[in-house]
Design a protein around this ligand. Structure first.
Ligand code: COA
Length: 263
């Protein structure tokens, strides 16, 4: 991937891409340029058959400390208001959520506001003991605008989500795990290793199966149970027509490891 990025670092090893948001002097706050780079990076990684899973993390002491408040203040004062800012960030986060390969947030520090919402758009969240999650927008007279009012209640329940939104308070990693906001918590030096172990485990499995599973889970969540089960059946049928399913089942019966080609 030759394109250059001002605010993102990329490392690819063993089909696992690690994307690091690198604006540590502003605690990786999301200005429009960072969000546009995330969009470009994830679009490129989605198309890269050499990448099977993606880890997203932050440089320094934050994962992401939110939308860039300088831009939010300017947006609130502009004729277009904040709608354009929310629409852009929200669309990018939704594209990340709907990506065709697993996206794991390795939450190394503050995941506040838009940073918490970015972690919520990832498929799995692994936290270090230094992580702090929160939606502090109401402290600024705002509400979450990058999906937080929708993804957080779906993940932790309305009561817990509204408690976080009402107070704007941060919760630590242990509490985040207890309420289902984070999957697990590890000591800081083990964070990337833990995320990588999960990514590598996913990379062993059928890439088309992973992509269909992501679609069934993320899009099924917004449907009635009957419609969601029909969506699952449709994707079950679609993977059934792949060479990967023939390889996976044959390898099992032949008592060998499967080699998936993603076709
Ligand atoms: N937007 C823009 N800049 C931000 C930012 C944000 N969301 N979060 C932090 N920064 C900047 C600070 O302005 C500061 O810049 P400066 O050194 O040029 O003054 C730098 O990052 C370091 O932050 P600082 O506040 O000095 O660190 P701290 O350790 O005292 O506090 C936080 C850390 C996360 C508690 C605090 O930065 C904070 O509350 N940030 C805003 C969180 C928020 O409301 N996010 C939702 C936005 S909608």
């Amino acid at each position: 991937m030759s394109a250059s990025y001002e605010f993102l670092l990329l490392d690819v090893a063993d089909r696992v891409a690690t994307v690091t948001i690198n604006r540590p002097d502003k605690l990786n706050a999301l200005n429009a340029a960072v969000i546009a780079e995330l969009d470009r990076m994830f679009t490129a990684l989605a198309a890269d058959t050499g990448v099977g899973a993606i880890i997203l993390t932050g440089a320094g002491r934050a994962f992401v400390a939110g939308a860039d408040i300088v831009e939010v203040a300017a947006g609130a004062a502009s004729p277009a208001g904040l709608e354009a800012i929310a629409a852009f960030g929200s669309a990018v986060f939704t594209r990340i959520e709907r990506l065709n390969k697993p996206v794991i947030a390795a939450v190394n520090g503050f995941a506040l506001g838009g940073g918490c919402e970015l972690a919520l758009a990832c498929h799995v969240r692994i936290a270090s003991t230094q992580a702090k999650f929160g939606l502090p927008e109401t402290k600024l007279g705002l509400i979450p605008g990058y999906g937080g009012t929708q993804r957080l209640p779906r993940l932790v329940g309305q009561g817990r989500a509204l408690e976080l939104i009402f107070t704007g308070d941060m919760v630590d990693a242990q509490r985040a795990v207890a309420i289902g906001l984070a999957n697990s918590v590890v000591e800081p030096p083990l964070l990337l290793e833990a995320a990588r172990a999960l990514a590598l485990a996913a990379c062993k499995n059928g890439p088309l199966a992973l992509a269909h599973a992501i679609t069934a889970v993320t899009q099924g969540a917004d449907l009635s149970m009957d419609a969601a089960l029909a969506l699952e059946a449709q994707h079950f049928g679609a993977v059934g027509r792949t060479a990967d399913v023939r390889e996976g089942t044959t390898a099992f019966l032949e008592k060998r490891a499967a080699t998936f080609r993603g076709d």
